[in-house]
Design a protein around this ligand. Structure first.
Ligand code: 5RP
Length: 225
């Protein structure tokens, strides 16, 4: 079993019958979804789920999990998702994919948000390894970029995979991948980006995570708030 699978299975132990469970997006989240489906099949676990992306919806439904539309939700019991980076204060960087808008909505709506990651994703400060993905209104990308540059950000629009156009998120936003001076701490950067007109959402998940489950060579440690 690899570390992504170990940590996902550890997170699934926090799921109880009757829960409405939010499903993240990515390879670690997929192991969590597979484990929920196994428990539904073999242990009579009875749950409803809400998905953070189309790809997760389709995967969960293919495993016979019941998925409710986000429009029907006002709160969920538990959200489990992976991350690209995490820091000691449980701030996360997410959004390498296209789905951070729904991911953050579910993380915020959850009574408990458990993030799952391999220990190699730990950083000293958010943005150390990856730029911060910032989803912007298509018509406002230049204005938003200029405002972010005024905050010290450096970066540009993310290109599509073929590099012949621009990446469009599942929400329909363009994505600015921006690096900032590490002198901004995550709380400050989160507030500054939140306050930038034209920004739809961004990949810093600050103050949202209740527990971080970290896998290191087969051993999973749990870090609760
Ligand atoms: C997608 C995410 C993912 O959770 C993050 O990229 C981690 O992915 P993986 O579990 O495949 O390593 O934030 O927006």
């Amino acid at each position: 079993m690899n570390d992504k699978q170990s940590v996902a299975i550890a997170a699934a132990k926090h799921v109880q019958s009757g829960m409405l469970v939010g499903l993240g997006t990515g390879s670690t989240a997929n192991y969590f979804i597979a484990e929920l489906a196994r428990r539904q099949r073999e242990d009579a676990l009875k749950i409803t789920t809400a998905a953070s992306s189309l790809v997760t919806t389709l995967y969960a439904q293919s495993l016979q999990l019941s998925v409710v539309a986000m429009e029907q939700l006002s709160a969920i019991d538990l959200y489990v998702d992976g991350a690209d980076e995490f820091s000691a204060d449980k701030t996360l960087l997410k959004g390498r994919g296209s789905d951070l808008v729904k991911e953050k909505l579910l993380a915020k709506a959850a009574k408990t948000f458990i993030a799952v990651a391999e220990s190699s994703k730990q950083v000293d400060y958010i943005g150390q390894k990856f730029p911060i993905p910032i989803e912007v209104l298509p018509g406002a990308w230049q204005l938003a970029k200029r405002s972010l540059e005024d905050l010290g950000g450096l970066g540009d629009l993310r290109q599509n995979v073929a590099k012949d156009g621009y990446w469009v998120s599942s929400h329909g936003s363009l994505v600015l991948d921006m690096r900032f001076d590490p002198m901004h701490d995550a709380a400050q950067l989160n507030a500054l980006i939140n306050n930038t007109p034209g920004v739809v959402e961004h990949g810093i998940f600050f103050g949202l995570c209740d527990a971080l489950l970290i896998a290191n060579n087969g051993t999973v440690s749990e870090h609760w708030a």
